[in-house]
Design a protein around this ligand. Sequence first.
Ligand code: ADP
Ligand code: TRP
Length: 323
Amino acid sequence: MRVLTGIQPSGKLHIGNYFGAIKQIIALQEDEENELFAFIANYHALSGGANLDELKQNTLEVAVDYLSLGLNPKKTIFWVQSDVKEVLELYWILSRYTPMGLLERAHSYKDKIAKGISPSHALFSYPVLMAADILLYDSEVVPVGKDQKQHLEMTRDIAIKFNNEHGETFVIPIEKIEDEVAVVPGIDGAKMSKSYKNTIEIFYDTQKQLQKRCNKIVTDSTPLGEPLEWEGNNVFELLKLFSTKDEVEELKKDYKSGNFGHGHFKKLLTQKIWDYFEEAREKREYYLNNINEVKEILNEGAKRARAIASKKMEEVREKVGIF
Ligand code: ADP
Ligand code: TRP
């Protein structure tokens, strides 16, 4: 199975990103049958909203973080989108097979302008670039969040239109949306998201900083010494992600016992998060000190991606009469 995914370099990764997306991608590496492609979508970041002064730094940081969290460049072709220029050529060619109405119906475009991002052509044509990302590599499966479902539908529409006109050229991809991965709550109980400023980041410099953040998680005001409700408790929901089934049962008892206050569980959560990412933190330290090695990994990935992309583009150009 050929699996491709794109990651926007839009700032610090948080625990919601890890359990909602990163962990799944890393897990796919276990199956030798999979051909895996992951790239950092820095061209997409130009479509609005991102701070371009930080884009270069963020792109490298996301690469460092993914490698630290277990992305294995021997198993996954890993590169920066802008290192394979073929994607822009395909983007233009696919534009011819993209009806205006299709783009005008895009939810994410409407959502983003409602949030105040200026309605540029880049923002409007974002789904065509995404289709190019996917079709260029004959991707079969694309793991994404729910919000990206429509973009995959658009990609299929564009691919089918092209294939109908020119014969089988593009693989028709499907999305893989993890329903069972619950939405990870932020410190205020709403969905953890950069845009809500309620995240707990994966990497802090010190455990003290992490503790400070965990102390901000909203809990009820049950007085110390009284039993606590675990149901609907934000700290408990987060603790669950880092605990075995047996530990979860123990936790429920501890909540009900009346022997512990919220502070105890926040401390426990801090310790669990800190320990869980211990190995990743060490790797991150290494990659940050050896940033040239990260750049080399990305260059090597780009080379492999380009080999596939340039072959595909020869076929596409031939079909549309470009030489
Ligand atoms: P953010 O909302 O912080 O901007 P993104 O939209 O960049 O996050 O999401 C990147 C990936 O992480 C997506 O696949 C998304 O589904 C996943 N993700 C983000 N937040 C959460 C969350 N709170 N719970 C589960 N998955 C999440
Ligand atoms: N649009 C995706 C997001 O915002 C990122 C992305 C760009 C992507 N190109 C892609 C994801 C291709 C999967 C495949 O999360």
